[in-house]
Design a protein around this ligand. Structure first.
Ligand SMILES: [Zn+2]
Length: 138
């Protein structure tokens, strides 16, 4: 996937969540159809760590079940790097388990930078995050 589309309010929801969890890492899922995000799902970081995340397995399972029940697909996984890089880390690459867009929200510069990446084998490519206003949606 080269482009992931999401609404401004979905971007705001991700930022509000990861910001509320500082200085800990926070995470969640992006569900939708094709390349268009329709729902942001927040998942607790079981690791409760400023440098890594482990999705709470029960919340993750419930989120997966909800996504399926709505006829949607898992399009992305997002997590924050409170003091870390804007790109996926070697750990993120090593632990990547799904063929979905990895959205990283980095606070290293003192404000949130949000970028998307597609991990393949031991490397990654940038995925353009396209913020669409509601009036542009079909
Ligand atoms: Zn990471």
């Amino acid at each position: 996937m080269r482009t992931l589309s999401l609404a401004q309010e979905q971007l705001d929801a991700m930022i509000a969540h990861v910001d509320s969890q500082l200085p800990l890492e926070a995470c969640g899922l992006l569900a939708g159809k094709g390349s268009s995000v329709e729902k942001v799902l927040l998942v607790a970081n079981q690791a409760q760590s400023p440098v890594r995340f482990v999705m709470d397995p029960i919340e993750q399972l419930q989120a997966f079940e909800w996504i399926e029940s709505q006829g949607l697909e898992l399009l992305g996984i997002f997590h924050s790097h409170p003091a870390g890089p804007e790109t996926v880390s070697p750990t993120d690459i090593a632990e990547s388990a799904y063929d979905v867009v990895n959205v990283i929200l980095s606070f290293a510069k003192g404000y949130w930078c949000v970028r998307g990446f597609w991990i393949q084998d031991d490397s990654f490519d940038e995925v353009t995050l396209q913020v669409v206003s509601p009036s542009n949606q079909a």
